[in-house]
Design a binder for this molecule. Structure first.
Ligand code: GLP
Length: 252
């Protein structure tokens, strides 16, 4: 079941998302949380940092597993997802860094790294909540549009549209890595709960396709329509504008 939480602004929707994540951690202090990068989760992470500093939540016994990492970037590269997680969340909260996991972008053998990451995910015994953003082309993690849904961790060739979209974070487009390692769709679908955050007009079309369009690997996020449990989407008015226009009853 997909539950749409609509807030006027990105900030308000991010607070709602932070509360969903915080509830999972408060109810289960040893929860396994699946984390995401990109610009969308940043405000949500800021609120989790605030909650942690205020003593409203603790990540002391939480384990985390991230969705993806660029191939070729070291953890100290300022555009690596390891660096992002450290700067935007881990170093500001009480999580034990030893309990945080990301694929390694520097593995000499990326295929072996995919296998290692499958083992890491399996060893967690289940992800309690998986946070997702959504790419402009409907990707989740780095699962790009394809003719099938990936089951396990995969080595991905990024599409031109994703490279274009992510070029804004790099000094030039040719510095954007062309490959990534991503948790598979099957592993995302195995989480107990999914929390997706999406903001801005640029996400409005793809969000409508993901939630109401045909379920197809051409729009990877559309598989969430078949999720076994609750998918909570926290979005602002802009990101929900096409849904509001085409499916007004779906929104509060
Ligand atoms: C990136 C990440 C995704 C993220 C997406 C959207 O490529 N791999 O996990 O959800 O792009 O990014 P943003 O939130 O910046 O729009």
């Amino acid at each position: 079941m997909i539950k749409l939480i609509c807030r006027k602004t990105e900030k308000e929707a991010s607070l709602a998302a932070a509360n969903v994540m915080a509830d999972v951690v408060r109810n289960n202090p040893t929860a396994v949380i699946g984390l995401a990068t990109g610009s969308s989760p940043i405000n949500m992470y800021k609120e989790l940092i605030r909650m942690c500093s205020a003593g409203e939540i603790s990540f002391k016994n939480v384990k985390s597993v991230n969705l993806d990492e660029y191939v070729g970037l070291s953890p100290d590269h300022d555009q690596s997802y390891a660096y992002f997680m450290n700067e935007n969340l881990f170093k500001h909260i009480d999580i034990d860094k030893a309990n945080t996991n990301l694929p390694s972008g520097l593995a000499a053998d990326p295929a072996a790294e995919c296998k290692r990451y499958d083992d890491v995910i399996a060893s967690m015994g289940g992800v309690d909540i998986q946070l997702l953003g959504i790419g402009n082309n409907g990707h989740i993690g780095f699962n790009e549009p394809d003719d099938h849904f990936s089951k396990t961790t995969i080595l991905v060739d990024l599409t031109d549209s994703t490279i274009d979209a992510n070029a804004r974070f790099f000094a030039s487009r040719d510095l954007v890595p062309t490959r990534a390692i991503s948790m598979g769709i099957g592993q995302i679908m195995a989480a107990k709960k999914v929390l997706l955050v999406a903001f801005g007009k640029g996400k409005a079309d793809i969000l409508e396709k993901a939630v109401f369009g045909p379920v197809t690997p051409a729009v990877p996020a559309s598989i969430l329509q078949f999720f076994h449990g609750e998918v909570i989407i926290c979005a602002d008015e802009d990101a929900l504008s096409v849904i509001r226009e085409k499916h007004p009853d779906a929104l509060c």
